[in-house]
Write a protein that binds this ligand. Structure first.
Ligand code: F6R
Length: 609
């Protein structure tokens, strides 16, 4: 969502802040600003719109002299994306300057109280309330940490804060609750960031700031504190993220680069956990009794939820253990009835999605074991879940997920196999052949990617389409859910996923001349039924595409355009079927002239509710 960067050292801060903010652009934002401590005090420059506006206004940072600074890209929540609402925000007396990620939920109440005591606000933001409140406490105690600590006691909601105090020239103060923040360690210089890519060009040695923690940084080091002011000890870690992941490497967009990285992501994720024909989750401390649940609940948001939708079918089919898939945002508030011996599986690329994190906490509060499938090391969900299995997708920069989705499926399949083996539902031979099928996916994915021109051409021919339906049954329906989300989020074309058998119960009235219907057919036992549903929409004027698994009984008798993916065991077909839909979405978006890597209104990591 929003992004934070900070620098303290001997170099000019502003260019470093701008470079870091550039690396965070992919998270989504609509205004940006920096504050640098110069000889005349703290200077703040902000602009609405693209970061390039800020770069221009500061001559690439050259106009702001000073070696201490904080920067921010804002994704508007309270108040529109204007210069006035952009961060940093200062307290009225200028003593405190703040950038903030997250949402201060009780900001209205706090704002009213401050107003009653005569405080005047210049923006509509919750962040200005934070600056004002910390400023108020600071004016009473003169101690930055005590002021932040008192703020933390009053605040409700999520925040990662970076604060400059006018009277503490060579220090930056930070604190966080439910919104990520890291500290990077350099030689005689320190960095802060909301996300690793922002500082990867400078250091790989980082501290992960814990929830409800504060820190005080100078050029030579950092001290961490609990929210109550007590010093805490922690060790830095070395991050192994490849800095080139945040570069386009000659590709036109991150999304198409990441679509092409899927065979590698799938292969590396598979080989992380499969050696010598055996699945081994011991690096995550996952022991056999964890893999013998009586019930499984999978939680996630957006595409991660769609991974759960696929895995529900796969796990139930292979392991015969009942699975429920829950939207994390619903699950967290519904007073869920946990059956005995339930395992909650949380799926998240970022590991920071507020609702998924809350779902993990909710399960743990009920004494239920939690296992996370996460891409970002050191993220909140990875640290809070009882067990974490990492996907090896690498940094995902495009807002619309592709390679993380595919890598999550692989971990899910391996879990399904282990559940099945330990539940006595899969013999050695079936187990080995299922592993071989999963291992064959990367080569088959490459074949689909080789025929991308087909999807590009189709996209060009159907740019005028207003309504798209994607229909299927079982796993095919779960693939439709992901395909529909992809198409609508990057191309802004209205698209709905429908369980094929449900269409007749109302929605078919929307089918008219020119509606595009994509049918997904990979399962022999039910493909014919979806095929009949396609015939029904054809006779009502729809243009139809059939996306078929090679060898599926439905392969040869489809109306309209037929797209085929290589043959694979039905259970794992989702990994191939999703690729044409990703490519279609990408090409429609690009040909319509949209910003495919940063679709409007979206953010990469949704750290607020
Ligand atoms: C869609 C997309 C989102 C995310 C969702 C969850 O392309 O990327 O729907 O899947 O916001 O994010 P994570 O996986 O980070 O929890």
């Amino acid at each position: 969502m929003c992004g934070i960067v900070g620098y303290i050292g001997k170099k000019q801060a502003a260019p470093i802040l701008l470079e870091g903010l550039k690396k965070l652009e992919y998270r989504g934002y609509d205004s940006a600003g920096i504050a640098v401590r110069g000889e005349q005090g703290i200077e703040v420059v902000k602009t609405p719109g693209r970061l390039s506006n800020l770069v221009e206004k500061t001559a690439g940072g050259a106009l702001l002299k000073g070696t201490v600074g904080i920067g921010h890209t804002r994704w508007a929540t309270h108040g529109g994306p204007s210069e006035c609402n952009a961060h940093p925000h200062c307290s009225a007396d200028g003593a405190v300057t703040v950038v903030h990620n997250g949402i201060l939920e009780n900001f209205r109440e706090l704002k009213e109280k401050l107003k009653k005591s005569g405080y005047e606000f210049g923006s509509e933001t919750d962040t200005e309330v934070i600056a004002a409140l910390i400023g108020y406490y600071y004016s009473k105690c003169g101690d930055p940490l005590r002021a932040i600590s008192r703020f933390m006691r009053r605040a409700r909601g999520a925040y990662a804060l970076a604060v400059l105090f006018r009277d503490f020239k060579d220090e930056i103060f930070i604190s966080r609750k439910d919104s990520p923040m890291i500290v990077g360690v350099g030689e005689g210089e320190m960095f802060i960031a909301s996300d690793v890519p922002a500082i990867l060009n400078h250091t790989r040695t980082v501290y992960y700031v814990d929830n409800l923690e504060m820190a005080r940084l100078c050029a030579d080091g950092v001290v961490f504190y609990h929210a109550d002011g007590e010093v805490t000890e922690k060790e830095p870690v070395t991050v192994d993220m490849d800095p080139s992941a945040a570069e386009k490497d000659g590709w036109e967009h991150f999304m198409i680069k990441e679509i092409h990285e899927q065979p590698r992501a799938v292969s590396e994720t598979f080989h992380r956990y499969v050696q010598g024909g055996k699945i081994d989750f011991s690096e995550a401390g996952v022991e056999e009794d964890i893999l013998k649940p009586s019930h499984i609940v999978i939680v996630g948001c957006g595409s991660a939820y769609h991974v759960g939708a696929v895995l529900q079918y796969v796990i139930e089919e292979l392991a015969r253990i009942p699975v429920r898939v829950e939207l994390a945002s619903e699950f967290r508030y519904r007073n869920f009835i946990f059956e005995e011996n339930t395992l909650v599986v949380a799926v998240s690329q970022s590991g920071e999605t507020a609702d998924t994190l809350a779902a993990v906490r909710e399960a743990k509060a009920h004494g239920v074991k939690t296992l996370a499938i996460v891409n970002v090391q050191g993220s909140s969900i990875a640290r809070e879940a009882d067990y974490t299995l990492f996907t090896v997708a690498g940094a995902e920069i495009a807002v619309a997920t592709t390679k993380a989705y595919s890598a999550q499926l692989i971990v899910g399949y391996l879990l399904a196999l282990e559940f099945a083996r330990l539940n006595g539902k899969m013999g050695e031979k079936e187990y080995a052949s299922a592993l071989a099928e999963i291992d064959s996916l990367p080569e088959k994915m490459k074949k689909i990617l080789d025929s991308k021109a087909e999807y590009q051409k189709f996209a060009a021919e159907h740019l005028g389409v207003h309504d798209v339906f994607m229909i299927g049954r079982g796993v095919d329906y779960a693939v439709c859910m992901e395909g529909a989300l992809k198409l609508k989020e990057v191309s802004y074309v209205h698209t709905e996923a429908y369980a094929a058998g449900e269409l007749k119960h109302g929605t078919i009235s929307l089918i008219e001349e020119g509606t595009l219907v994509v049918g997904v057919l990979s399962r022999d036992s039910i493909a014919e039924k979806t095929a009949s549903n396609l015939e029904e929409v054809v006779s009502r004027g729809a243009n139809v595409v059939s996306l078929v698994r090679e060898g599926c009984s439905a392969q040869h008798s489809q109306p309209g355009t037929v797209w085929t993916v290589p043959s694979v065991a039905e259970c794992f077909a989702a990994s191939l079927l999703v690729l044409p839909l990703q490519l279609l979405s990408y090409y429609v978006s690009v040909q319509l002239g949209h910003d495919v890597d940063k679709p409007r209104n979206l953010a990469k990591s949704v750290t607020v509710e």
